[in-house]
Design a protein around this ligand. Structure first.
Ligand code: FES
Length: 575
């Protein structure tokens, strides 16, 4: 029974049946050695696991699942672990983002089709967090996220190195002749020293912080390192808590309110989080029916200061962030900016969870009055080059380039870029604006993280470390630079980005929120008439479904038919 004591739990529609169907549901489960008392009507807790050896960031998740189970049993529940497709950012091609929505379907149907009353979502590597939350949100059962935690700090020859961020820096050093390839290879194991996800404020860390800011995880869920014993204690506590949530009928929609999303956007600004968050929060809000717009990210977040000094915007790493106080200390520092009455999964409000949260290191988490940078949240740009919007992360950009006019150097796709970027004859200098087409949701497909195009060798050799780059792609949360992303509509859908030619003047004005192509309307209209859409990239399979139904970046890149909550009604019997 749940909180109102009159409605039987949904699992009793399987395990509580006193007929042939009940026999079938119970008997086959008993082949795993579960004793009869576990089928007595107690809450059945699904543990949605993204463990996979192909997803190195989540490779320790069986141990975490085991600790969640201990907590579930302790609270009188019946834990049942189930796998879903796991998205490993570093191995999966053409990009893990292509499969975020597919996994959300896997999660949604796995929950709805099974005897599950509540679910613990085990999330780590970038897309595993939004995909699991989106799928669960479309069912709206009680749910709680346990993040896997970040790797220990990277350390190479006595220096801190960060996942992703230092890869971009070191690979440019190799191309500029400042680092040998042997040294570069040696750094591989020095960077990835333990179980866990990227330890910079990349997308995985950003999403873990968002889980906490949304109220979907227990306090400190975001920052405890993967190998810290307290990560396992938190998993144990999460197991206990989800059973109570089922008994109290605390559905996901009670946590994921408009206030929760506003809190997440604000915390993201203060921690210097990834631009990928924009797409994931828009898609998640769409699943729970919360009205969230692209411009909300600018309106709510842009004027907030950067308080957390983590790579790629700053110097430190996730381990340091945890020791300094983690997300609760940041929330406390944000004061009245935060909706303190927003409910969280532990049954307390955000304000109750963070009141008195200490900060132990003011280098890592700054005071509100002494930020690392003022107005550091994601800015949304518009103009004739991005009528549907584009985003830039000012905290990771070169300040003097945030207002810039330059001539376009255009690459029609990533292959064209790779072929020509180091050509000594490429007409590029420090004032150029590098433009890439064909990397949007439909065009690639899947909107890969190629927006932070590496700089041409001839600029690196002159000591130039940043130029303005514009594309319809995404960028790794670990990356940095003056990079305009998510240009909407994308070029493959006929957006103005497709009409840019070498030598066109482009104006970026971040403070004025402008992204303009300085080409006459007559000329653009002539180019538009001559433009032909690229040939279809997939003749069948999931990719065809994706290309035909994917929404643009300003709508979160969900599939149109997945938007919304379909609930967790009891499906018809299977036999
Ligand atoms: Fe998995 Fe960065 S590659 S979190």
């Amino acid at each position: 029974m749940n909180g109102n004591k009159h409605t039987p739990l949904r699992s009793t529609h399987w395990f509580g049946l006193q007929d042939k169907d009940g026999f079938i549901h119970r008997s086959w489960m008993k082949n795993q050695g579960f004793p009869p008392n576990l089928f007595d009507g107690r809450p059945v807790i699904g543990i949605c696991n993204t463990w996979s050896e192909l997803t190195p960031c989540n490779a320790h998740f069986r141990m975490i699942a085991d600790r969640v189970k201990r907590g579930v049993y302790e609270a009188g529940g019946f834990p049942l672990e189930f796998p879903v497709m796991s998205l490993g950012e570093t191995n999966l091609r053409p990009t893990a983002m292509l499969f975020r929505n597919l996994v959300s379907m896997d999660v949604e149907e796995s929950i709805r089709g099974n005897p599950v009353d509540g679910v613990v979502l085990l999330c780590g590597c970038d897309k595993t967090t939004p995909s699991l939350m989106m799928g669960a949100a479309s069912c709206d059962l009680p749910a709680l996220v346990v993040s896997g935690g970040a790797m220990l700090n990277g350390n190479f020859r006595g220096q801190a190195i960060g996942s992703g961020t230092s890869v971009w820096t070191m690979s440019e050093d190799v191309r500029a002749g400042k680092m040998s390839f042997a040294e570069f290879t040696e750094a591989e194991a020095c960077m990835s020293r333990s179980a866990g996800h990227c330890m910079t404020m990349g997308t995985a860390s950003t999403m873990a912080c968002m889980v906490e800011a949304l109220g979907m995880g227990l306090p400190q869920n975001a920052t405890i390192p993967a190998v810290d014993s307290r990560r396992y204690a938190l998993a144990h506590q999460a197991g206990r808590r989800i059973v109570e949530m089922v008994r109290d009928d605390v559905k996901m929609s009670r946590i994921l309110t408009r206030k929760a999303f506003e809190n997440a956007i604000k915390v993201n600004a203060a921690v210097g989080g990834s631009t990928n968050l924009v797409l994931h929060l828009l898609a998640l809000a769409g699943r729970v029916g919360v009205r969230l717009e692209l411009d909300d990210f600018d309106r709510l977040g842009h004027n907030l200061p950067l308080l957390v000094d983590l790579m790629p915007s700053g110097r430190f790493l996730m381990e340091d962030f945890y020791y300094a106080g983690g997300v609760p200390a940041v929330v406390r520092e944000l004061g009245d900016e935060i909706h303190r009455d927003a409910l969280t999964v532990n049954g307390q409000t955000m304000g109750e969870n963070t009141a008195g949260a200490p900060c132990w290191n003011r280098e890592v988490i700054r005071e509100r009055a002494k930020p690392i940078r003022e107005r550091a949240g994601i800015a949304v740009l518009r103009g004739n080059l991005a009528p549907g919007g584009a985003v830039i992360k000012p905290s990771a950009a070169t300040p003097r380039l945030l207002k810039h006019r330059g001539r376009a150097v255009v690459f029609r796709d990533i292959e064209d870029f790779k072929q020509r970027v180091d050509d000594p004859a490429l007409p590029v200098d420090e004032n150029s604006v590098m433009v890439m087409q064909g990397a949007g949701p439909q065009g690639y497909p899947g909107m890969p993280e190629v927006g932070n195009m590496p700089l041409p060798k001839k600029l690196l050799q002159r000591g130039i470390t940043d130029v303005v780059r514009i594309s319809d792609a995404r960028m790794s949360g670990t990356a940095y630079g003056t990079v305009v992303l998510h240009v909407t509509p994308e070029s493959s859908a006929g957006g103005p980005l497709a009409l840019v030619r070498d030598g066109d003047e482009i104006e970026l004005d971040t403070e004025g929120r402008k992204l303009e192509l300085r080409v006459s309307e007559e000329e653009l209209s002539r180019r538009r008439k001559a433009w032909t859409p690229p040939p279809p990239l997939a003749s069948g399979g999931y990719q065809k479904l994706y290309i035909e139904h994917v929404l643009q970046a300003d709508k979160g890149v969900d599939l149109d038919f997945l938007v919304g909550c379909r609930g967790a009604g009891i499906p018809r019997e299977s036999h």
